[in-house]
Each structure stands twice: as structure tokens, then as C-alpha cells.
Write a protein that binds this ligand. Sequence first.
Ligand code: ADP
Ligand code: MG
Length: 664
Amino acid sequence: MKLDEIKGLGSKRIQCLKENGIASVDDLLTVFPYDYVDLINLSPPSACVDKGNVAVLGTVIKAPKIKYLRKGLFLATVVFKDESGEEFECGWFNRKYLKNTLPFGKRSYVYGKVERFGKKLSLNNPTLITATENMPPIFPLYRPIKGIPSSVFIKAIDAVLDNVNINSYLDDSIKETYGLMELNKAFRYVHRPPDRKLLDKAKSSITIENLSCNIALYSILKRHGNKSHVYKNNFDKLNEFTDSLPFKLSGDQSKAIKEILEDLNSPKKMNRLLQGDVGCGKTVVALTAMLYTAMSGLQSALMCPTEILAKQHFNNACKLFEPYGISPTFLSSSISSAARREILSAIKSGEAKVVIGTHAIIQDDVNFNNLSLIITDEQQRFGVKQRGILENKAQNADYLVMTATPIPRTLALALYGDLDESQIHTLPKQKAATYTRFVPQKKVNDMLKYVLDKARAGEQTYIVCPRIDDEELISVKNLYEKLYNSALKPYIGMLHGQMSDEEKTNVMSDFSFGKICVLITTSIIEVGIDVPNATSIIIFNAERYGLSQLHQMRGRVGRGTTDSYCFLLSDVNDSDKAKERIDYFISCNDGFALAEYDFKLRGAGDFLGTRQHGDSFFSSIDRSDIDKAKTISAKLYESEKFKTQILSNTHGGQILFIENLTLN
Ligand code: ADP
Ligand code: MG
């Protein structure tokens, strides 16, 4: 089944889906709901105060009233009455079409936090669910996709569920032994749960099945892992290189380099994870390995999740490798097609020894001559498929994964197989401290005043918003607009994922050179950006991020000689569990400890967050799922049938069995 065979999806909408990483029916099926709303056994709103997010059913008794707060910002309020006769009010910001959606007399569900102000009950920015005749007992919420009405999206998923059959790699007997749900059923229940119990079972069945296959596959690949390329032991030159660096390598850096070189010189292929906090200096370790490879006449590739990061590494490499007569090659989607042709031919001939770039490196028409070392930076941001494709480009290449989001040991095993690990614990001598502070989100104006003071003093600030463009949450575009009409106007710039690579690079370079003083952005800046003059980072709705992600963002400041601040803005209450997490974050500056803490509390979601839309689903992975998966994978590892099936799978690398879809 193809996307264009689904009713309601024309070419325009298919394009919108593609822009959100949904290019096939398989992709669509794995866009899991981010939350579920219970629509049965509802309580009246007065019984829901302080109960977290709940659904309330009501009828509109006063149609929307609009109040303009200031330019570009208005509040629409609607009064509802619930079945038991209680009245409550809902407010939404900047919702133009609410009048059409919620006319007088309309019955609707609203989903959010019920608050009490005196006698008044209200919900602030709740999610609206239109009541229709056959409401399911549990309503799935999908992340909104621009250009796709949610009703269309839900129907599209229904169509896929009705028309495809998912093949499993697991025998029925294994499923029975471990209590796993049949896969087609599991996918149906994850999208259309009949009740919470079956939903949980469906989620964990999919998770366990997927993890089992991955772990088994990695073990099989490892068994097959002898390489044909040989490095030349150019250690003298290499020592010369490390001695010539503008700084002295830390003990952990030297140890990591030593471990990597030992791997490279062994006949077994390297499969190593290089972990270490933001700023610990992983780049130079990677570049040393790339130089060693180039001096052996072999090719290496460094793949980064963003163009900005790739460019940064590339510039670094150009400078450092120049004395050795090696000029690195840069490849990204923003390269013109004429230049690209030339680059591709240099890569194919083997003349381009050091290739640094984005996903552009793994496109079909990129062929290497003797690709021997593959390094991926900030791995967790790559899709599972991309990683596989890269591995497929060079079956026996040595493989180094770098991550600044330390991955809990058990999870690393599931994600990358049983790989070796180098850890960098020490940070290069820090010249400045970074202080972390909690700020109630309602004090936003004080915060902005602080930003203005800093800007006037010539210090730079990152402001991170949870969304690019959103009516309900603070978003990059809205905040930019707001500040554009304030004293901050001359200082601001914005950076987000909807901009072209070229625009992003320009903004980032303006920020690096101080032309932009206040950068309003999304968590896109979480990865590797290095601007020493940035001394504050302000993170709105901090409770929404994983602690590892927050830690990454915090690492963007404190890179120069001036003490720096990380402000976490949130409207969580002191009694909330979420506040406890934030407090822990404030008290702890060790990326490894933060990772373990969050893994225990929130599961694996934050570490797998390559696709925003799957987040809540993946969060459900826990240790017991992984333990089960390990046991099952051991059986798969022994199975000839599995081995044949999986190795003939063109995707190579890590697979999702969902790629094994066939039509009914
Ligand atoms: P990350 O591990 O986050 O990728 P980077 O490799 O970007 O960290 O390094 C952060 C900064 O620290 C860079 O400016 C780099 O040049 C510098 N650096 C790396 N190693 C050392 C060291 N041993 N001593 C001093 N500075 C270092
Ligand atoms: Mg880095």
C-alpha cells in the first residue's frame, strides 16, 4: 500500500507528511499517539481539580468571547456546562476559528488541567476533542502535523490498519512463551486501544519484539565482523599531531584515542561507543582517528545530524589537517549540484579521504572507494534507518558512535548491540562556572528584562522554546514577534527546523560573530554548538525535556571565561513530581548520573527521541522489557531462519520489523 492510495491524502498532504519524516505507510503506522485520553467514566470538573490532565465533557452555553491582550495576542474564552450542570470556562490563545468550531450548543470534550479560582472552574489551553456519535473509550492524540487536519490523519491510520499485514520475525511459540501479542493486533491496539490494559500490553509487545530483533541482529553482525582494510602504523606522525594541538589532551581523551587505535589495528571490526559530557572534547578524538585513517590511504566519514554541526567539525578539521596535506571534503544538501558532482567523483575515486557532512553522505549516489571508518556524531538524533544505510555502505568498516547524551548501559546494549565503550569523564579545565536556576514561568517578563540587560552588556543568550509555531505553548515565532516589538528588537534572531539549511547556517554564523545577540530557537541548539560568548540559556517549559537533553542545552553556555547561567522556566508546582526532576537536575552536573535517573523515571523515550512523534510510545520501554528482549534475542541469534531473513533484508544495520509490511 502506498500513501497516495489512502483516501484523503492528496499530493499536497503527502508532501506535508514527508516534511515530517513520514514517507511511507510503514512510517505512518509507526507514528504512535503521544497521549491517550480516557473518555469513559468522566467526572464533573469540580472533582477533577489538581488531578492532572483529564477529559471533561460539556456543552457550549456561551459562544467564544474574544479579548485582545495586545498586538498579535488574543484570548478566546468559552463557557461550557457539563452533564451534571456544573459550569466551567476554557481559554485559548490566538485561536481564530474557535467561533466556527465551538458554536453555541455544541458538545465537546476538553482535555487538560482543571483549576479553581474562587468559585470558578477553568481549563487553560485544553486540547479540544469534538464529540461524535461513536467515541472510542480511549481517544488517541497525535502530534499535530501542519497541513493535515487531525481527522484526516486518524482516518489515514485507520485505512492502513485495515489494509496491511505486518509480518513478524518471531515464531508463534516464542510469542506465546513470553506473552507477546500478535503484531497486527498490537499495532491496532496501540492506535485504537479498547482499554488501558490491552494498550499497555500492545506497547510492550511491539517494543520487546523490536528490541529482540535488534539485539540479535547486532550479535549476528558482530560474529561476521572481520575487515579487509589495514591501517599503517603511523604513530610518530600521529603523536606529532596530538602534540601540536593548541591544548594538552586530557587523560580520558588520550585513553579513548589509544582504545580506538587498538581497535583499528585489530583484524576485528571496531564497534565502539564514545560517550562523554558536552564539551569534554570528543571531536578531537574523532579527528585523530580520521587523520590516522587518511594517513593510511583509507577513507573515513563523519556524519552529523545538522548542517551547522557538520560545518563546525569541517572547519576544525581543515585547520588541524592542513600541515599534513589533507583537505577534508564537505557534503550536505545545500551544496550546489555542480559542486556536488565533483565531490561525489572525488569520494568515488578515493581522493577525498576525509568526508564530513550530514545525511547527504548516505544518499544512494554517494559511493566510496575504500570507506574504512565511519563516525557518527550525536548518534541519538539519527533515525534507525539512516544508521543502517550507512553501515550498509561499507559492510566491514570500523564504526565509532559518539554521543553526548550518555546512554544507560542496558539501553545501549539494546540500541547498538554489545559494543565496546570509551568514556570521557573529565572536562577540559573549565574557566567558568555554570549555575542552574528555576524560574516560575509567570515571571517571564523579569526574565526578558534580564536578557535585555545582558544584551546591552554584550553577553549573548539562547532562548529555547518548546515549539516552532504554536498557539498554545510559547513558540519561537510568537516570541520573536513579541520581542520584535520591544526594546530587544535590535538584538534578536531566530533559528528553527523549518528554515532552510542555508538560512540556518547564516543565522548561526551571525550568532557566532555576535551580530545576533539573543537567539530564539528550539532544542535544535542542543547539539554541539560552540559560542563562548553565550553566557545564558533560558529554557521555556523545561519540564517537557529529558534531563539528558536539558544537560546538553546547559552545555551550550559556560564555554568561555565568564560565569554562565541556565534558567529553567516552568509552571510546575512544588508538589509536582516534575518539580522533583527539575530539582535533581539543578543539583547534578554529571551527564551519566542524569541519564540513569531519567531512564529509571521516564524509560527510554528521551534516549530514542529521533522522531518526535513517537515519544510517548518509546517512553514505555523499561528494564523488564529489555530483559525479556535479551532472552528472546538469544533464541533468534541461534535461529538459521532469522539469520537468513534478516541478512537478506536490504536495510542492513538496525531494522524495524515494521519494514517488513506486506499487503493483505
Ligand atoms: P564535545 O565532546 O561536546 O563534542 P568538543 O569536542 O566540541 O566537545 O570540545 C569542546 C571544546 O573544548 C572545543 O572548543 C575544543 O577545542 C576544546 N577542547 C577539547 N579538548 C580539550 C582539552 N584537552 N583541553 C582544552 N580544551 C579542549
Ligand atoms: Mg560534539
